[in-house]
Every structure is written in C-alpha cells, then in structure tokens.
Design a protein around this ligand. Structure first.
Ligand code: ATP
Ligand code: MG
Length: 407
C-alpha cells in the first residue's frame, strides 16, 4: 500500500520573506522561477500550499535532478523529499515508512519535528513527535537524539493533509529573481564582478551584464570569459538574460592622446560609467553594480570612486566594498565562477596607462581633462558598436562581438 503515495519534494521559503504586502508577488515570482527551473523534468505538478511549494514527481528517481535544480533557485530556504498523507497518525506512520524505504534507515540517531499549522489536530506537536518517534525507533532500532540527530524527519500538519519528509537540504536563500527589478552589472572577467552580480541576483534582481573591451588592441579573451560567466550565472536566472559587449579601445586611444597618463584610468572609468548609464536607462535598470572593493587597487580609493561616480545619476551598488580578495575568491569558488575568472586575460583598463595611476583624482580634475575631447561623441561611438546578446546564453557567439569591434 505504501507505493500509492505520490513522491514529492517540499520546498520551503523563509517565512519573513513572505510577510507583508509583497507576498502575492513574491509567491507568484518564485512559482514561475521554480516552474522554469524544472521545466524539462517529469514533474506531475507544481503547487503552492500553505507557504510551501509542492513538487509532485512522476517518479521518485528524478529526485536527484530536482535537488540539483533547486540549488540554483533564489528564494528557496530548504527542501526535502517526502510524501503527502491523510490527516491521521496511521497515515503519517505510513508516510514515514515510505520515506525510510526510499532513504534507508537513519544512521546513528534521528528526531521527528512536527510543525502544526492545523491547531485543531487532536495531538499537540510534542505529543505527535513522541508518538511518531516511538514508531520510527521501534521500526528501525535507531535511537532518538533531540539535540544533534543525524537525520531530522519533518511532519507538517496542514488543514487537509500532512507532509512527511526526510532530511532537508539547504537552498540558496535570498529573494526570487525578479522581485527587486533589474540592475546593470559591470562584468570584467575578473574574480570580483561576477560575485558582485551574484549578490544582486540573490537579492531578487534580474541582471543585465555589460562588458567593455579593448579588442583589437588586446586579445579577445575577456569577451570569451564574460560569455562563459554569463552562461554560468544564467543558471540562477529565468530566461531574461542579457549581455551587452562594448568596444572601447578606440575611445581609450583618443583619451590617451588627449589626457595626462596618470588620469587615464579614472577617465576610462568615467567613460564606461556613462555608457553603462545609457544602457541602464534603456534596460529600465535602477542601479549599476560593480565589483569594487575599497582600497583593493589604485583606482578604488574614496576620491576616485567619487570622481568616477559623479558622471551617473544612478546609484552605484558595490556589494563587495568591505570584502578582501580572499573572501571574494572563496565566494567565487562557492558559486562556481572562480575557474572561469582564473583564466588570464588582458584588462582594457591597463591599455595606455602608466604603472602608477593617480589615486586621488578630484571631480574637477577629471572634468577639466575631459575638455580636451568630446566625451559625448565617444559615448555614442562606443554605443553604436555594441553587441547585445539575449535569450539562451548557450547560443551566444563571442565572434559576433569581435566582428562588431572591428567593423
Ligand atoms: P574584477 O575582479 O571584477 O575584474 P578588479 O579587482 O580587477 O575587479 P577593477 O579593475 O578596478 O578591479 O574593476 C572594478 C570594477 O569595475 C569591476 O569589478 C567591474 O565591475 C568594473 N569593470 C572593470 N573593468 C571592466 C570591464 N572591462 N568591463 C566591465 N566592467 C569592468
Ligand atoms: Mg579586473
């Protein structure tokens, strides 16, 4: 009889995130993101029930693949494989038998945790925990350990059914992508900027990636890396991926001819930020994200950040500002961007610049230096040669951006 229960995966969200006015929007967005993440798997049904999402599997063997997909869906606090049962102690016991059959007996110890949404159920949570605990102990011979068990079985008592599940697996947390709007992330190919973009994705933002390169003055590796990074990060976002690749080598050369060497890095950055701002307005993005970390390199001083930031009317978000390189790289390893970022490339900001760029450029100095060339014209020239990638990142061809840069 145990085989008649539909296998399912119970997906839980942080309850705090579900409070307040945005709740319906949050739930709808997460529902759509889950549906997208699981789109090609044999899923009988995806349902939202009492602040949980239930994924009914056509067959329990898809569980590992479902688990792999759920690891990438922001807003998921944790999830566990289980079954749905009727609202009786016998049915819950039968559900536990099913879970035990599928996962094997608990190793050294276990506990049962009951969560009772339905306060009318005749037993209280502690009573039910004891009752079901005794049952599992008798069946498996494994002792209960309330403080540090190997496995925690969860029984969630809802109004019309109970959910019985095994050990839960942590999800990525955060907010579902889409609830916080769109941002433009400046993606360089280094370690920092993909981590910065990830942080904003985790706070519920769609990210449009923007990359600047100096090809044909340098090798085109950074473009290949950025396409690869966008592919990797797209595992987290539903299909609204966008990458804009902008050639700025010619503009940099013009700036280099007109401006004092020590100011060039700041002037390049001001150009990048002006272009990024124009793109952000087109994209309907509310902010620009960078991987800057205070004091990490010469251009990242408070003075230079101010001189660079002065050219945009959008907030610049620097989620890594207080992190050091080790912390950032550790996070890059965790999210999987590190092996891509590690590949050596040519940084466009090092084209035509001295070994020791100025660390304290004022807004006035930068603006004065820009009198020597037509900044607005450079912005327009660069924008005119951009390549916009959208849709499925696995179809994006880096050669397109190369062709546009030399056209
Ligand atoms: P990263 O590791 O992200 O390359 P970094 O330590 O090399 O950063 P900088 O070169 O000062 O530091 O760049 C600071 C930030 O400016 C980057 O994190 C990125 O957001 C942006 N940026 C720099 N170069 C580019 C580029 N070529 N295209 C797009 N964004 C860039
Ligand atoms: Mg860099």
């Amino acid at each position: 009889m145990s085989t008649t229960m539909t296998p399912l995966v119970i997906v839980r969200v942080h309850e705090l995130a579900l409070k307040g006015q945005n709740r319906p929007f949050f739930k709808r967005t997460l529902f759509e993101n889950l549906r997208f993440a699981l789109r090609d798997l044999p899923i009988a049904r995806l349902q939202e029930r009492a602040l949980r999402f239930l994924v009914r599997l056509e067959d329990p063997t898809v569980w590992p693949e479902v688990a792999e997909r759920l690891r990438w869906v922001f807003g998921v606090a944790n999830f566990s494989p289980g079954v749905e049962t009727a609202l009786s102690i016998e049915a819950m016991q039968q559900g536990l038998v099913e879970v035990l059959e599928r996962q094997g007996a608990p190793a050294a110890s276990f506990r049962i945790r009951v969560k009772r949404t339905n306060k009318n159920f005749p037993l209280t949570s502690p009573e039910l925990e004891r009752e079901l605990g005794r049952f599992v102990q008798k069946r498996t011979g494994t002792p209960v350990d309330l403080s540090d068990p190997d496995v925690t079985y969860q029984v969630e008592v809802l109004y019309d059914r109970a959910l019985v599940s095994g050990q839960s697996i942590p999800g990525p947390g955060g907010l579902p992508i889409g609830v916080s709007g769109r941002v433009v992330a400046l993606l360089s190919g280094g370690f920092d900027s993909p981590v910065a973009a990830y942080r904003l994705m985790k706070r519920g933002c769609f990210v449009t990636f923007v990359h600047f390169h100096a090809y044909p003055y340098v090798r085109p590796i950074s473009i290949e890396k950025v396409v690869e990074l966008a592919r990797h990060l797209s595992h987290y976002q539903p299909p609204k991926n966008r990458l804009v690749v902008v050639p700025i080598g010619d503009a940099q050369r013009e700036i280099a001819l007109a401006a004092e060497p020590s100011l060039r890095v700041v002037l390049y950055r001001r150009l990048m930020l002006r272009i990024a701002t124009a793109i952000a307005h087109e994209e309907g993005a509310g902010a620009i994200v960078t991987g800057e970390s205070l004091g990490q390199v010469a251009s990242q001083t408070l003075e230079n950040m101010r001189a660079i930031g002065a050219v945009t009317d959008l907030p610049i978000l620097r989620p890594l500002v207080g992190n050091n390189k080790d912390e950032i790289i550790a996070e890059a390893v965790r999210i999987g961007t590190e092996p891509i970022s590690r590949v050596p490339d040519d940084d466009c900001c090092t084209v035509f610049v001295p070994l020791h760029p100025a660390t304290r450029v004022t807004v006035e100095q930068a603006a004065a230096a820009e009198q020597a060339y037509d900044v607005e014209a450079l912005v327009q020239q660069c924008l005119a040669r951009r390549t916009v990638y959208e849709g499925d990142p696995f179809r994006w061809d880096p050669l397109m951006a190369l062709a546009a840069a030399t056209a």
